[in-house]
Write a protein that binds this ligand. Structure first.
Ligand code: F6P
Length: 353
C-alpha cells in the first residue's frame, strides 16, 4: 500500500515538565523542517490537542531554547481518556489541522494516552521524558540526568552542614514509584543509606548504620529517601510499615511527599542525634538541562521525527545501550521500569553497620 506523504506534524509536551524538553522540541522542529514539513506546536499537552490550541513553529522560533528549562509549549496532566468525547475531539482536531503525525514528548501518562490514541487512529510517536527514569524500553529518559545532578549538588551541600552540626539529614527526592533518582544521587553523593520503593528498608538497620558511624567517630549521616520509599518499622513500640502520605490531584493522579518527615519523627524516638529533613521537590525539575540531557533530548527528538518520516507510528524513540531504537507503545505503556536490583546492590556495599 503506498504510504501517504507527510506534510504537517504536531509536537506536544505532556505531563510533568523536566529539563531538556525544549532541547527535544528544537530537535523535532529542526529535523522536521529538514524533512520539508510544517510543524505545529500544540500548547499545554493533550489539552491543546482537544481544544485546538496550536502555534506554528519555525526554525527561528526554536532558536535559543536548547539550554532553557521548562517547555515553550506548556504542559498539563490533563487526560483525554478520562474526558467524555476526549478522543473524538482530538481525532477531529488533528484531522482539521491536517496533522499527518503527532510527536508526544512525555512519560508514563503520555505513553498510555498515546497508545489509546494510536489505537483510535491517530498517527503518533512518543519521545520519552521524565526525571523519574521509569519508562520501560529505554535506558534513560530526558531530564533524569539533570535531576540527579541537582540532587547530588544538594547532598554535597547538606553533607558539610550536617557534619558541622553532627546531624542526621534525611533528603527526600522525587521518583514516584521508582527509586532511580534516589539510587543514582545516593551513590554519587556517598549517602549512608538509600531508601527506595523497590527495597524494604528496616528501621532497625537504619539505626544500626547511623549508630555504627557515630561509634566510629562520624557523628553525621546522610540518608536519601525516595518519595515512595518502603520502610519497615521493626523496633519496640514502633511496628508496621511506613509509606508516603498520598493525595490525588485535580486529574486523579496520586501525589506523594512527606515520608522523610514521617521517618524523622520515628527516628527521633530511637536515636539521640538531631534529625533534620530536606524535601528537594520541584527544584529537581527546574532549570537548565545538563549537557547529557541536551544531547539525549536532541538525539531522541531527531530520531522521533525520523520515525514519523518512516511512518513507524505507535512507537517510542528509545535509547538502548548507546543505540537509538523504536519500541512499540504496546511494550511500554502502562508499565513501570523499577530500579535494577544489581544497581541498587552497589549502594549496599557502602552501607557499613
Ligand atoms: O513524574 C515526575 C514527577 O516529578 C514525580 O517525580 C513526582 O511524583 C510528580 O511528578 C510530581 O508531580 P506534580 O508536579 O504534578 O506535583
Amino acid at each position: 500500500m503506498p504510504k501517504m506523504q507527510i506534510q504537517r506534524i504536531g509536537v506536544l509536551t505532556g505531563g510533568g515538565d523536566c529539563p531538556g524538553l525544549n532541547a527535544a522540541i528544537r530537535a523535532v522542529v529542526r529535523r522536521s523542517l529538514r524533512h520539508g514539513w510544517e510543524v505545529y506546536g500544540i500548547l499545554e499537552g493533550f489539552y491543546g490537542l482537544m481544544e485546538g490550541k496550536v502555534r506554528n513553529l519555525t526554525f527561528d522560533s526554536v532558536s535559543g531554547i536548547l539550554p532553557v528549562g521548562g517547555t515553550i509549549l506548556g504542559s498539563s496532566r490533563i487526560n483525554p481518556l478520562a474526558q467524555q468525547e476526549g478522543i473524538r475531539k482530538i481525532l477531529e482536531n488533528a484531522e482539521e489541522m491536517g496533522l499527518d503525525g503527532v510527536i508526544a514528548i512525555g512519560g508514563e501518562g503520555t505513553l498510555r494516552i498515546a497508545l489509546a490514541l494510536h489505537k483510535a487512529g491517530l498517527p503518533v510517536v512518543v519521545v520519552p521524558k521524565t526525571i523519574d527514569n521509569d519508562v520501560v524500553g529505554t535506558d534513560f529518559t530526558i531530564g533524569f540526568d539533570t535531576a540527579v545532578h541537582v540532587a547530588v549538588e544538594a547532598i554535597d551541600r547538606l553533607t558539610t552542614t550536617a557534619e558541622s552540626h553532627n546531624r542526621v539529614m534525611l533528603v527526600e527526592v522525587m521518583g514516584r514509584h521508582a527509586g532511580w533518582i534516589a539510587t543514582a544521587a545516593g551513590i554519587a553523593g556517598g549517602a549512608e543509606a538509600i531508601l527506595v520503593p523497590e527495597h524494604a528498608f528496616k528501621l532497625s538497620e537504619l539505626v544500626k548504620l547511623i549508630e555504627g558511624r557515630r561509634l566510629r567517630g562520624r557523628r553525621f549521616s546522610i540518608v536519601v529517601v525516595s518519595e515512595d520509599a518502603k520502610v519497615v518499622l521493626d523496633m519496640a513500640r514502633l511496628k508496621g510499615a511506613l509509606r508516603s502520605p498520598t493525595r490525588k490531584d485535580e486529574y486523579g493522579e496520586v501525589k506523594m511527599g512527606g515520608i522523610a518527615e514521617l521517618l524523622a519523627s520515628k527516628l527521633r524516638k530511637v536515636i539521640d542525634s538531631d534529625v533534620r529533613t530536606v524535601v528537594l521537590g520541584h527544584v529537581q525539575r527546574g532549570g537548565t538541562p545538563t549537557a547529557y540531557d541536551r544531547v539525549l533530548a536532541t538525539r531522541l527528538g531527531v530520531f522521533g521525527a525520523d520515525l514519523v518520516q518512516q511512518q513507524k507510528f505507535g512507537t517510542m524513540a528509545a535509547l538502548q545501550g548507546n543505540r537509538l531504537v523504536s519500541v512499540p507503545l504496546t511494550k511500554t505503556a502502562g508499565k513501570v521500569k523499577k530500579v535494577d536490583p544489581e544497581f541498587y546492590k552497589i549502594s549496599q556495599v557502602f552501607q557499613v553497620p
